[in-house]
Structure formats: structure tokens, C-alpha cells
Design a protein. Sequence first.
Lengths: 222, 222
Amino acid sequence: MLVRKQQIAPQRPSSSELNAFAGHAVFCSEFKYRRGTEIFGEAEPIQYLYQVKSGAVRSYKLLADGRRQIMAFHLPGDIFGVENGAVHRFTAEAIVETIVHLTGRQNVVEQERGSATATNNVLRLVTGSLQHAETHMLLLGRKTALEKVAAFLIEMDVRLTAAGVMSLPMNRRDIADYLGLTLETVSRALSQLRDRDILSFIGQSQRQIVLRDRARLTDFDQ
Amino acid sequence: MLVRKQQIAPQRPSSSELNAFAGHAVFCSEFKYRRGTEIFGEAEPIQYLYQVKSGAVRSYKLLADGRRQIMAFHLPGDIFGVENGAVHRFTAEAIVETIVHLTGRQNVVEQERGSATATNNVLRLVTGSLQHAETHMLLLGRKTALEKVAAFLIEMDVRLTAAGVMSLPMNRRDIADYLGLTLETVSRALSQLRDRDILSFIGQSQRQIVLRDRARLTDFDQ
DNA sequence: CGATCTTTTGAAAGAGGTCAATTGAAGTGG
DNA sequence: CCACTTCAATTGACCTCTTTCAAAAGATCG
């Protein structure tokens, strides 16, 4: 597993939000993952706790025949890989070149035993994931394609929009696998929103989006 | 809210698994809810922690136009209503006449502050919910109708089958809203499984099911 | 025992999926 | 640095799975 990892600053403990999370300084390295590379796999033993420094991560589950459901996108600032058991329940991959801060699981486990504050931090993270999962179940089970795409844009708008432009790190297939659709349906929904002047693409890339009418976009998201 | 509640043994602290959860005896009452009545509503302040003694509970979220997504069914032994924030994120209703044990939230909060064991118990419950939610997202986003119904039957088989018979407390609409389908599609899938001799209904009720071929049922669930 | 709720089943419609072709962007190696 | 290959996205045409609408039979409840 470490073979895939490209260590940047292995010896120097670096300051990060992970330290704040732990309540005290812990050994904390920076790793860089190339686009498309696996950070950890489903059923692999848990060794680290991760925080996205730059880039983007997708975590997903697969069915036997390859159908994929992306549970969440992890963007700069997000902490992921927090689990209570011994093994990961899903796979995490870098969507683009991604730098993460990581801390050994030992530190987290020790904190769980010792500090009540640290345990509460773990609890807060897991609760946050659960809340997101519940919202997403409602989307997956009961929303139409257009409502799903609108909800996705609103979610990403908060996280990714800088200077009025939303730069999506993921491709249409990733979005589709997040929303329980096909990439063609996602593309058609985006085109429809563009034709109605609710959004527009800028430059040559189809991943740079400007939201022109957030109010009407919200109307689509039930 | 208390108006709806029919208290059974208000004065007598009763022994239950909730006490084991708390690590020591706490005030613990038994309440009975008639079928269809609300136990708590979305956005209501959290006051209690619940454990199903008998019966069944559905917890769900609604869209503005009434579309419903059931997040989970809570069956005898299940603890529910555990949340980290101040208000509930969904509604819980008794599916049939249901008896629950409940303990005041104060106890839980105090335990969170004090005992690390109690906090770990809360963490274990929340982690369990998250794990279930992740599995369910894969089902909602990526499985076909037949696969969804097969997965539902396998899930309920473990929980509900006694003496070879699975007695479902919920109707077809509940199942549909759990699986992101319509009740007609659920009915058709069950008929299909019956026609293929994978299950059969017993008696006059359509909620008493005998699984005749679990191996082939598992084949349908990817 | 009548009224209401639940479930099944059929027929028709529709939302989203599949297949395919085209265009455009982005890496890659000579 | 540019041609070449590969990857990404759009769009059209068609198809199919699930939904919608409707009717009828069956179960349950007061």
C-alpha cells in the first residue's frame, strides 16, 4: 500500500487541523496521491486518519458486477477515513492530484481511550457523515434526475465556488455514480439548466460552472 | 407530544438493555404507542433515547410534496433516537402497536461528558447507523427493483424469522418507501419471487412469508 | 357486517437507461 | 512542440424498467 504513496515531508511533524482535532500535536505527514490512485481499499485494515489539504477524494462501494455508488466527495478541509471498526467499509481514491495530511491510527485509538474530548471529536465526525448519508438517502430514493443534479450543484456551490466560479474536480461519471444516475442523464440535466440560463459553462472546460440563478436552481431541488 | 404517549409504568424504574448501555441503572420508563402514531418528529428537540421492546418503528424524512424516504426500520432490541445535536433529523412512527423503553436525554448527555465507556457506546450506535446507511445508499442508487426487494427480504429474514416464518410488521408502501420504489413494484417483485418458488405466503395474510430458497434469493441480491 | 385499508394485477405512459456517433479536451511520446 | 492516442462530454434515437392510473379482490377493523 505504501508503494503507491509519494511521501513529501516524512520526518517533519507538520501543524494541521488534525492536531487541533487530536487536542495536541501528533506525528502528522503529508502525502501526495496522483489522480486516480487508491488511498485505501474496502476491507483494508485502518491505519491512518486523513485530511484533504488540496485536491479531491471520492469514497465508494462497488457491486460484484462493477456498479459503483459514491458515498461522498472529500474536499479541502474534510477529514475522512474515520471508522470505528478494524477495516475500511469503502474505497477512497484521489480524483485529481491530492495532498492529504495523515496521522497514524494509533494516535486516534489512544485518544479514544484517554481523552473524552478526542472521543467527542470522533463522534462529531461520524455524526456528520451520518447526517450527510441520511440526506443523501432521501435524494437517491426519492428525487428525480433534475432534482438530484440541482441538489448536487447546490452542495458543491458551498464548497467549491471561488470568485463566482465553481471548479468541479470530478467528471460526469463520478457525479452520476454519486447521484445514482448515468453520466448521459447528468449531462442532459446540466444542458437543460444551461439552456434555461440557470448556469453557464466558462472557458473550454465543462467543469467550470457559474451559477446564474441560485433561486431558480433551489426551486428544482425539492 | 406527551399527549400521544400512553405511559405504562411511569414510576417504576425498569431493568433493560438501556441500563447496560448506560453502564448503571437510570430512570427508564415503558411507553406504548398505537399503530401509526408519532414517537418524535423531525426538528423536534431530543428528549429521550428509545429501545424497541415489542412492535416496530419506521424513521423517515419527507420532501415538501410528501414523497417519503424511510431511513430504517427499528425492531425489538434496536436502540434509536440517538443523535448528537439538539433536534431530531427525522420522524419516528410506530408501525404497529409498539412498546419502547426510554430514558431521558439528560442521562445520556451526562454520560457523554463523564464516562468514556458511555461515549463509546454512543459512538458504536452512531457507527452502526452509518454502516447501515452506507449499505442502503448502494442499494438505493445502484440496485434494480428485484435486487432491492431481495436485499430487503434477506435483511428482514435475519431480524424477523421465527419458526421458519417471517412476519412483516410493515405494509407494501412502507417497504416501497424504504427501497425507493412504488408499492406496486414491490408487490410485483414479491409475486415474481413467489412464482419462481423462492418464497411463499402463508395463511390469508400477505405479510407472513416463508423463504423457500435463500440461495437463489441471494443470487438476486448483488 | 359494512366500511376502510391493503394488496394484486393489468394496461398505458414516461423517465431514465442504453447504444451510438460526434466533437472536443487532454495527456503522451517521438 | 506537434501529431497521435486516449479520455471526457454532448447529443440523438431507441428501448425498457419502473411508474402511473385503474379496477378488482381480499383482509382487517370498528
